[in-house]
Design a protein around this ligand. Structure first.
Ligand code: URA
Length: 446
């Protein structure tokens, strides 16, 4: 005989008192959130109870699958895709254009990538904002068009639709105003609830560590990486999490159109050994192996090299852009289509020296203030602004080699951003080395 579910306040009491919650009751509570039977006050109290008392693995798996199943879960069977459905998610960073290169690159190797991406959040840039630098690109296609583009090109990078994990939308909104964002169980379920709703065979997660990372310490980043890999895998989607360095902007630029320009260069095979390409390559290797498109790391690397040097990866990007409404000749004439800022100036250091450290978060916030991100969530973004040619840790800068180029709307905005960039970069007289790019790998256990 089925038992009557506990009242929401009784479930909250249990967690408040440090007890583990039964999976089916977590499921009923989350469904109640999606159906609006549970109030914001109850969501807030539940989130605080989880924040303070944590959850065991089974509870987080139940919270994740309930969030995933609170709305539409994509099914790809009817499309008979001749390859695995794989995706990547990242905790976000500055100059982190990985998704834009990675999706087309692994698609060119036979994977299918239905990538649901986000807008900028806090100091981190958003893949969707970057793609919207391309005139005509439609990040919200109807589901049939999304499926068609994934099938015909292998990748479509789009935004989250209303009915994907709707419970998370409510929970996240309440967490944001109840000091309950920084909880590993809640972050795990929030990220994975949305990501697993896109019906993946395998997922690779890029968890950032360093001064531009979402998590405040290296230990917390590790804890999140471990939690995501294990919970997703136990929820039925084999997942590997890589811990990668975000102690300086990942690419040499940060903004929207400037990151699209860099993406095109990388897809053409330029700067193949840059830091951003090294991270992208590591994630791509994991995706090809998880999708059984490569038998070994060496095999995956060989396939990736071929897809880049043959132009296949660039070709997939071009097709994705045109099938989602962008110009058919975007790759050839990107200069013509991308907005450029009225003021472009070199930012010189006050004294010469070697770059020792970045406050990467501050660099991201400076891009936001230039207009490249949002100060209010209903604001629009200026695609033309940001930084390019950013010097890296260990490089010498002086009155010949600037810290970066700033792209701004006005002289005043350029000056403010230049001051912020100088303050965000520590120079010194000694040699300095960048942190290791790939710091750890967590494979999910079951
Ligand atoms: N991103 C999410 O989607 N959810 C969180 O809880 C934190 C970051």
């Amino acid at each position: 005989m089925a038992t009557t579910p506990r009242l929401p306040q009784e479930l909250i009491r249990l967690k408040r008192d440090g007890q583990a919650l039964p999976g089916e009751e977590i499921q009923a509570f989350i469904q109640g959130i999606a159906d609006e039977r549970i109030s914001d006050a109850q969501i807030g109290a539940f989130s605080m109870a989880v924040f303070l008392n944590g959850m065991n693995r089974e509870e987080v798996v139940a919270l994740t699958t309930a969030t995933r199943d609170s709305g539409h879960v994509m099914q790809w069977d009817s499309l008979n895709l001749p390859g695995p459905i794989v995706d990547k998610h990242s905790t976000g960073g500055v100059g982190d254009l990985v998704s834009l290169v990675l999706g087309p690159w692994v698609a060119a190797c036979g994977a299918f990538v239905p990538m649901i991406s986000g807008r900028g959040l806090g100091h981190t840039g958003g893949t969707l904002d970057k793609l919207e630098s391309i005139p005509g690109y439609d990040p919200y296609p109807a589901p049939e068009r999304f499926g068609r583009v994934v099938k015909s090109t292998g990748v479509a990078i789009i935004g989250q639709t209303g009915n994907l994990a709707p419970a998370d939308k409510r929970i996240y909104g309440v967490r944001d105003v109840t000091a309950t964002v920084e909880s590993i169980p809640l972050i795990t379920a929030s990220i994975l609830g949305k990501k697993l709703a896109s019906g993946l065979d395998a997922l690779v997660m890029d968890v950032k560590v360093g001064s531009g990372a979402f998590m405040p310490t290296a230990e917390k980043s590790r804890e999140l990486a471990r939690s995501i890999a294990n919970v997703a895998t136990q929820a039925g989607t084999p997942t590997t999490a890589l811990l990668t360095d975000m102690s300086q902007p990942l690419a040499r630029c940060a903004g929207n159109a400037v990151e699209i320009v860099e993406t095109l260069a990388l897809l053409r095979g330029e700067r193949s050994d840059s830091r951003v390409m090294q991270v992208t390559r590591e994630l791509a290797v994991e995706m090809l192996m998880a999708g059984k498109l490569a038998a070994s790391r060496e095999d995956a690397l060989a396939k990736l090299e071929k897809a880049l040097t043959s132009g296949a990866a660039a070709e997939v990007f071009a097709r994705m852009v045109s099938e989602l409404g962008g110009p058919a000749d975007f790759m050839e004439r990107s200069d013509h289509y991308l907005a450029s800022a009225p003021v472009v100036q070199a930012v010189y250091p006050e004294q010469s020296g070697t770059v020792q450290r970045f406050d990467t978060r501050a660099v991201g916030m400076s891009v936001v203030e230039l207009g490249g991100g949002r100060l209010r969530n209903d604001a629009s973004v200026d695609h033309s602004v940001g930084f390019s040619d950013i010097a890296g840790i260990g490089e010498h800068v002086d009155n010949q080699r600037p810290l970066a180029m700033v792209h701004a709307r006005s002289e005043d905005a350029a000056k403010r951003a230049a001051d912020q960039l100088r303050a965000a970069i520590t120079l010194g007289d000694t040699a300095a080395e960048a942190d290791t790019l790939l710091q750890d790998t967590f494979r999910g256990d079951t």
